[in-house]
Design a protein around this ligand. Structure first.
Ligand code: BDR
Ligand code: CA
Length: 318
């Protein structure tokens, strides 16, 4: 049996972040060795509390959690998304308090520490604004030498944005950070709205979570209630897009990208209407999306199977 790969998760916990975190706990291919939080869906401190509470429910309160950046590289935190994730980030559900505390170091410091401890093997999954990753790169530009791969939920390639006509939330919250992360000396797999909006969780799934009779899964079912309501006008029924868990599953290998060209991706960090856009060079569309030589970002446009059945199988074990 192969040793599980050490994985650092950076997140803004967050309803779908909670699903991604739980999925990673249930995935034998990896071992979660640390979580850093960032302001996005909620502020970074609240995201850390949510993470600690979820880890305790998943019996993994040994995982270190570090509070990361409160504000983006430029400007200030925008106040979260209470209508989407609830005022507390977990759908306004009051989770049992873990009683745990975050680490004394920042998320960027935790990431750097883990990259030393697991040099050459550490996998990074980022499902919130990319501020912590950018800060870690600024503090130590050699970080990419010690990281095996980076998977990011973010961006919109051929799909409209979700916070502006072209901006996806994670990238648009901190375009300067996203630009630095995508320009760094490492390969990034970008999991954009193009695929995450095509992977849905349904009410039958939520009911199954609620009835699981385990410690964590029923709480996830409760947490999803508000999020399902938010998605109803978009999809015509209560359900939810699976943004962050899809990125986690792509990283773990639970689903496999089938169309994922390596192409130049530039983040628009100007102050114009394109701010936050991931400008992906997909002009190879009519030639079967060949990789562009020298490009470091793989943009996932299709996967081999729907995520929900695989995700549910794993979540129901928790
Ligand atoms: C992303 O933004 C957040 O609201 C979600 O948690 C996800 O990471 C989707 O655009
Ligand atoms: Ca998120």
């Amino acid at each position: 049996m192969t040793t599980p790969a050490p994985l650092y998760l950076d997140c803004d916990t967050g309803v779908d972040d909670s699903l991604a975190l739980a999925y990673l706990l249930a995935s034998p291919e990896i071992r979660l060795v640390g979580v850093g939080t960032v302001s996005g869906n909620v502020d970074a401190r609240r995201a850390a509390t949510n993470t600690l509470d979820l880890l305790a429910l998943g019996r993994r309160d040994d995982v270190p959690v570090a509070v990361g950046a409160h504000d983006p590289l430029r400007g200030v935190y925008g106040g979260g998304a209470p209508g989407v994730h609830g005022r507390n980030g977990v759908g306004d559900v009051v989770l049992p308090s873990s009683g745990g505390a975050p680490e004394a170091v920042s998320a960027a410091e935790l990431l750097l520490r883990l990259s030393d401890e697991h040099a050459g093997r550490l996998r990074v999954v980022a499902v919130g604004p990319l501020t912590n990753l950018a800060l870690a790169l600024r503090a130590d530009p050699t970080l990419p030498e010690r990281v095996l791969d980076v998977t990011v939920m973010g961006g919109a390639a051929l799909h409209p944005g979700n916070v502006s006509p072209v901006g996806e939330a994670n990238i648009a919250c901190d375009p300067e950070a996203a630009a630095e992360v995508l320009a760094a000396d490492w390969d990034v797999t970008l999991v954009p709205l193009d695929v995450t909006m095509a992977n849905l969780l349904e009410e039958t799934d939520r009911k199954a979570l609620l009835e699981a009779g385990t410690a964590l899964a029923p709480r996830l079912g409760e947490v999803l209630d508000l999020y399902f309501g938010f998605h109803a006008p978009t999809f015509g029924r209560r359900c939810s897009a699976l943004h962050d868990p899809l990125a986690a599953a792509v990283a773990v290998g639970g689903v496999t990208p089938t169309v994922a060209p390596r192409v130049p991706v530039v983040v628009d960090a100007t102050d114009g209407p394109g701010r936050g856009q991931t400008v992906c060079d997909l002009r190879g569309r009519y030639a079967g999306y060949p990789d562009v030589p020298g490009a470091r970002t793989r943009v996932v446009l299709a996967t081999d199977a729907p995520l929900a059945p695989h995700l549910m199988e794993r979540l129901l074990t928790l």
